[in-house]
Design a binder for this molecule. Sequence first.
Ligand code: SAM
Length: 282
Amino acid sequence: MQKDRTGTLYVVATPIGNLQDITLRAIEVLKTVDRIAAEDTRHAAPLLKHYSIAKPMFSLHEFNEREQLKLVLEYLAQGESIALISDAGTPLISDPGFPLLREAKACGVKVVPIPGPCAAIAALSAAGLPTDRFTFEGFLPAKSEARRHRLNTLLHETRTMIFYEAPHRLLSTLEALRDVFGAERKATVARELTKIHESVLTNHLQNLLDRYTAHPLEQRGEVVIVVQGCDEEMSETKEVIPEEVLDILLEVLPVKQAAALASKITGQRKNVLYEMALAKKK
Ligand code: SAM
């Protein structure tokens, strides 16, 4: 039967390990929606069974999201309500759902968040690092060069940084973080949150690297890495003063070349620097 109003899309957070970490509202919504769009229906089954939730379910994951979103929009247009869940935590947070949300909102669909677990926030809440300002960096690139490049862009970041990481990259990521931010920078490794082997260790990057290198068994499991931002003073990059740059270059280069290079470095117009350089040489 055709319903006369557009349905609602619920974005429902589910546990990140411990099945009890689900809100009463999330259970109620999952019990009352018409359908559940799950990242992996087999993965969702035990959770739904645990809470006696029996609803038609279909998959919506990274690889079928674009085709499936048409289906979801059709259901919604017919007035059905849909709950979007991912394998763990909050959908869309390093999880599928963004294209669906973008389209649903563009079509005027009502989107309702059902908040709950999120590994990033759980790790931050227990890290003991500043929480007043933070940045979620998601997963770093897998290739080491791209990873270092990304980390270099965060060199002057003063906010606490949160990274997701795959277990088999814990050591190499700690190493890269140490190389870029320095051995003394404080960080937290939050492992297996809400599960039996949960641990949240905060220490200097070098100490964390030493510890996990010495304990291979602890390199396993899901992990969030939280890194303290750099000191405000250190983040202040030295102001580039065109005349100072020109002075340095004039020590080793002829006037024309020094002016051209100083212009490239500082953005100051070349002829202005050239005149300045000529005056200095006189
Ligand atoms: N949407 C999820 C959320 O809200 O946290 C994140 C999904 S993302 C695909 C998976 C990553 O989240 C893992 O690689 C790990 O970095 C982190 N993660 C998820 N569950 C975790 C847990 N129980 N303990 C530590 N990290 C976890």
